[in-house]
Write a new protein. Sequence first.
Lengths: 334, 117, 159
Amino acid sequence: MLQGHQTWVFDSKPTIIASAAVGGPHEAQGPLAEDFDLLHEDFWLGQDSFEKAEKKLQEQACETAIKKANLKKVDVQFLLAGDLMNQTVPSSFAARTLGVPFLGLYGACSTSMEGLALASLLVDSRFAKNALVCVSSHNAASEKQYRYPTEYGAQKPPTAQWTVTGSGAALVADHGEGPKVTSATIGRVIDMGLSDPFNMGAAMAPAAVDTIEAHFRDLNKDPSYYDVIATGDLGRVGHRIAGDLLKKHGLNIPEEIFTDCGILIYRKDQPIVLAGGSGCACAATTTFGHFLNRMRKGEIKKLLVIATGALLSPMSYQQKESIPSVAHAVSIEL
Amino acid sequence: MEKFLWAFLIGGAICVIGQLLLDGLKLTPAHTTVTLVVTGAVLGGLGLYDPLIKFAGAGATVPISSFGNSLVKGALKEFDSTGPIGVLTGIFQITSAGISAAIIFAFMGALIFRPKG
Amino acid sequence: MSNKKKKKLTPTQLEYQAFAQAREPKRPIVLNCLKAFLVGGLICVIGQGIQMFFVTYFHFSQESAGNPTVAVLIILTVLLTGLGVFDHIAQWAGAGTIIPVTGFANTMASAAIDHRSEGYVLGVGGNMFKISGPVIVYGVFSAFVVSLVVIISRALGVM
């Protein structure tokens, strides 16, 4: 049911009956390692290219989530998946393995919440009994595509972020036990004219702010309604900018509940990660692993995740285009 | 001994110029190295780069600016001995070793190594 | 070919950019310059040493010793790149590793190694000059222009 200008309220409260998070070596060294179902020691996963390894990450996340729900692949009705690669190849090829009716998505790093919103919409509107969301990202594969070869010696500035190697999956169903998706706010594309691909946080913060404001306006709620409000991957730089921008616009989110998946997923003393985590898997693994685990234990009762995506391509940057961004918010409650 | 000192100082200074282009003007590494190569070519044409090499040794030959100088020197040397077509035939003469080595060893590297990420 | 000037920014965008810039960690320019100076200088000192080695033991002349020196530096760079060490040194050293010939060798080695998965012909062969291309193109073109200018100046009696 539509509420306000751009928010969906899911009256039937679709349930996340199972979720899974798979990660790589850097995630294994981070503070959320315990919340991953599977952690890999290297970027290869026994494959002979990074892109094939990313496909394997998605397959593992999907299969783990399906198994945890005590279901089989044939029981899953729809798969909504996306990633950062050209033509979303890892998602399509993982869908080939899973054999589930497939909807490919691209929202850059916001794809996880875009997928969760759409999956919940399918189940709530009774167009599906269940729907599986899965997104992935791979550090080496995305560096190779968006920036430089992985062994290239360029000096990254302190605003740069580290793409998470991993995949997160969540199975949404019309019955069962688990945290429930209660609403979703679909974001607009916002472009503040920034064009530095090594500073995504500052480029994406305005989109996060725009969607957050729309969410609270449409639902006529106050931020204190939630126990945790987490942005997807603004990192230390973007998160600070977003917080200040929200205050400037008069929306007060208490500091104790306002956090960012890119900041949570790595330790501050992991030097290579600079300003924090990024990539589709950042919001996905943190939400579908860490946050949902805490909800299942009853530590969090009301969660709002605002995944942010920077919609650039390697070519748009070379053609002197700026970086437009989008952010999608999904609320999950017990 | 003095040769080493000047190699260190001049080589370091050219790198500092590069760092200022990277951080100060926020140029990409590609734009920065292109700027230095073109500068080396211009200085070479003006006859100013060779004295720097005499003075600083490897401090001037190791940075990428030396590549631009060598290209100009090669072209002019061939022009002097064989005429106008020498500009084309001579450009890569001096730098041939560097470029060939880079191609050959980079390829061998790709045969042996996998990216570490 | 369109002749668009760089996009003009609206007042809101300019205001946001100033807002964001005030909250960003600044690049440590002075520290980076110091690190670049040290590492760049050190690489040149190593180069000087290698050059003197070739002159003394292999009887190269001062001029021709430059060739094997560059070759040795290139081999060392390819090794460090392949072993996954060069990019970590470079994150610290910045221009100190990019500006010497080590930077050139690294661009070729890293691109070649990364694209192995696309095969040796299209992957390695087709991508090797991905990042070093501009240096070669602009080096050759500027050398061509400079040579012409020098030749014409000499003919006109200016040089």
